[in-house]
Write a new protein. Sequence first.
Length: 453
Amino acid sequence: TTGTALSAEELEAGRRAYQLDRRHVFHSWSAQELITPMVITRAEGSWVWDGEGNKLLDFSSQLVNTNIGHQHPKVVAAIQEQAGLLCTVAPQHVNAARSEAARLIAELTPGDLNRIFFTNGGAEAVEHAVRMARLHTGRYKVLSAYRSYHGGTALAVNITGDPRRVANDYGNAGTVHFHAPFLYRSQFHAENEAQECQRALEHLETTIQLEGADRFAAIVLESIPGTAGIMVPPPGYLQGVRELATKYGIVFIADEVMAGFGRSGKWFAIDHAEVVPDLLTFAKGVNSGYVPLGGVAISEEIFATFAKRVYPGGLTYSGHPLACAAAVATINAMREEQMVEHAASLGTDVFGPGLAELAAKHESVGEVRGVGAFWAVELVKNRATREPLAPYGSSSPEMNELIAACKSRGLLPFANFNRIHVVPPLNISVQDARTGLAILDEALTLADAHAED
Ligand code: PLP
């Protein structure tokens, strides 16, 4: 059905879905009556069809999860096959799909992260990783970055750095926040990446010492912070964090929920730094979100803590066969079709140069940054003062206008505060990637009208 227009029945089904949604569905992170959610009737590869039958290029990968695009035939077939065989099995039993998914993930994750605990998504993965770290160390406090997102459940939102934590702040969960490197808005008055890196590491060590060097169970860090703005860390930073974690006996949890499974042009973003964390959380790209799945990859040392001692945690759907069958098929398809390599070359050949061109051309673009299929366009009112086009923590009429301009031209963008993220499926064609950049180029002309030289 590629490219065909929606039928009258599909359009009618979309209208009915919208009415029922507005009457009965309660949406995430929203003022329920102030939103106009978009109907998605059909999707294929990098494209989606909205309720009016418009075809849009999905530069968002939904919530940065459909890394292999929509409706990949190999993954759809694997889910159907598993559904015919065995739809569900309790976590205490052994299941072939789960065993194979665990084997593949252990093979891909760095170092000796060989043991896999499965969850239903990213937030649960973070919850369990922190719980494991606390039990392993016998300590309680947790370090995490201000500009971060780790999930919407109680602990995950509490260690999150963005304004959603503040809205959910009901007490101290032992979290201490620090500034991770972000040269464009440097907290350290740094003038280059090397300075930013060194000062960020000194700041982290000082924070550890002042807050109690023997009190921290874990440092939770996105290997490349995603939702907060795709800040690729400067060379040496993740190695420095690894050294500090080891020095103070702190468990290093790399949160790879968004950056993992090929998004950055390597299987895991931490692979760019060749660092091995103690725990690694994943979700999203592990099976492109076709069936909810997440998990924690666990080092042999932390595994040993629970070899003869009960791990007091679990989930009815841990290692769900449909989700694991989708993961096995996704990973195999990514390997067979060399999607991680494709994402890397998209970064160096298409998005890197293409976005740099937009930054040079458009006054509203303060900075572009990223790697692989993982890019942010940071929009400003003034390039000298770097005043954002929308205040931190909210949208603005200017950003809403830009998003609408993208959509009306056939591009579904991922927007966050004053940023547009370019995060399409990893297997988007070079031609479609260029089409998306051309639409963004046109739409940015509108944003330029709000920027001053
Ligand atoms: N961690 C990171 C780095 C994320 O980007 C996200 C979601 O965007 C989460 C955790 C939470 O994942 P989920 O929404 O699947 O619970």
